[in-house]
Design a protein around this ligand. Structure first.
Ligand code: CP3
Length: 344
């Protein structure tokens, strides 16, 4: 049977008159219904680990806006937690974790194969979603890329320049590489379980890829994404993978060929005309409207949206933001973006 889901058609390389659309962080605090469910759950992590409520918040943006894809509601930091790191979120500040900077701290982590006990509620959320989503909506599973996850595990928090992770990779490469390998193995198993539960596409978030200099980008962004993609496609032939080496700049060129991903997600610093010529030549691209337009709206939103659609119109394209939507976004601006993509 010919594929009918627009996201899967784009990922298979089909050029469509109207690109399919979804939005990073589409289930989030800009939605009043999300804030209500989040309050019911208590804290963010309780929401992630409650399959009924996580299913509900994943469905909310689909009900309100009819996006072409739903993304599993979870977080990239659940993998470190499943490996034994302590994890908590400080309101208004972000994540905190117990740190991994010594061999003894690394040795205390669990083996990759032991992550499933903690993560089994996430697989239940995926099973629920594959039952409950409309037949035209694609279900995306995800994980963080090893480098990005490692930056949080090493520093114990988000960092503006990933300084502690860069220090460890330069000062103790053996320990750093052991950590990258452990995260890679856990991520392959985690994503494989998401696919078995019903995820139809996998996205790998390498939010801090842009801070790696060339040789380190090759070793710690490109290679782990290639290893994960290869293993998933071996275990689940045909599973499409989206890679997101955020702020990779010139290093977006050739990323799909080098890693085997089916689609490269672009942040909004990539110029669409440039990316159409240098990145879309290798296949599908996703992106890349600046999230601030969801706050500011108006004619600038419409013009910029049309320009992106036009720039990518000759190849396979999935419309998205260049990064996650922010809590101060206006609900009507989201609708205006969707109407502009679908209606011209
Ligand atoms: O996109 C989606 O709707 C799916 C769910 C999703 C979340 N986080 C939910 C979330 C996804 C795909 C992520 C990925 C994620 N998490 C990344 C990679 C993408 C990126 O943004 O660069 C990173 C780096 C994280 C780690 C993380 N989680 C941080 C730094 C924060 C705090 C920042 C913030 O916005 O508060 C989170 C929290 C988080 N993850 C929220 C959501 C909806 C907000 C939590 C809340 O409700 O209070």
């Amino acid at each position: 049977m010919a594929e009918t889901k627009t996201i899967l058609r784009a990922l298979a390389g089909e050029v469509q008159d109207v690109p399919p659309i979804w939005m990073m962080r589409q289930a989030g605090r800009y939605l009043p219904e999300y804030r209500a469910t989040r309050a019911q759950a208590g804290d963010f992590l309780s929401l992630c680990y409650n399959p009924d409520l996580a299913t509900e918040v994943t469905l909310q943006p689909i009900r309100r806006y009819g996006f072409d894809a739903a993304i599993l509601f979870a977080d990239i930091l659940l993998v470190p937690q499943a490996l034994g790191a302590d994890l908590w979120f400080v309101t208004g500040e972000g994540p905190r974790l117990s740190t991994i900077t010594t061999q003894a701290e690394f040795d205390a982590l669990k083996p990759a194969m032991d992550i499933h006990e903690v993560l089994s509620p996430i697989y239940q959320t995926v099973r629920n979603l594959s039952q409950e989503l409309p037949s035209e909506t694609t279900l995306i599973g995800f994980a963080g890329a090893p480098w990005t996850v490692a930056t949080y595990m090493i520093a114990g928090r988000g960092t503006p320049d990933q300084g502690p992770a860069h220090a460890l990779r330069l000062e103790n490469p053996a320990l750093f590489e052991a950590l990258i390998s452990r995260i890679t193995a856990a991520t392959i198993d985690y994503l494989s379980m998401q696919i078995e539960a019903g995820a139809e596409v996998i996205k790998i978030f390498d939010s801090w890829a842009g801070s790696l200099p060339d040789d380190a980008f090759e070793k710690y962004a490109l290679e782990p994404t290639r290893a994960i993609t290869r293993a998933l496609k071996e275990r689940h032939p045909g599973i499409p993978v989206i890679g997101f080496p955020r702020e990779a700049g010139e290093k977006y060129v050739g990323f799909a060929r080098a890693t085997g991903v089916d689609c490269v997600a672009l942040d909004n610093s990539a110029d669409p005309d440039w990316a159409a010529r240098h990145v879309q030549v290798d296949g599908c691209v996703q992106g890349n409207l600046a999230s601030r337009h969801m706050v500011t709206g108006g004619q600038a939103l419409v013009d910029e949206t049309r320009q992106i659609v036009q720039a990518f119109s000759k190849g396979p394209h999935i419309f998205n933001l260049g990064h996650g939507i922010t809590p101060d976004a206006d609900l009507e601006n989201v609708q205006l973006m969707i109407d502009t993509v679908r209606g011209g």
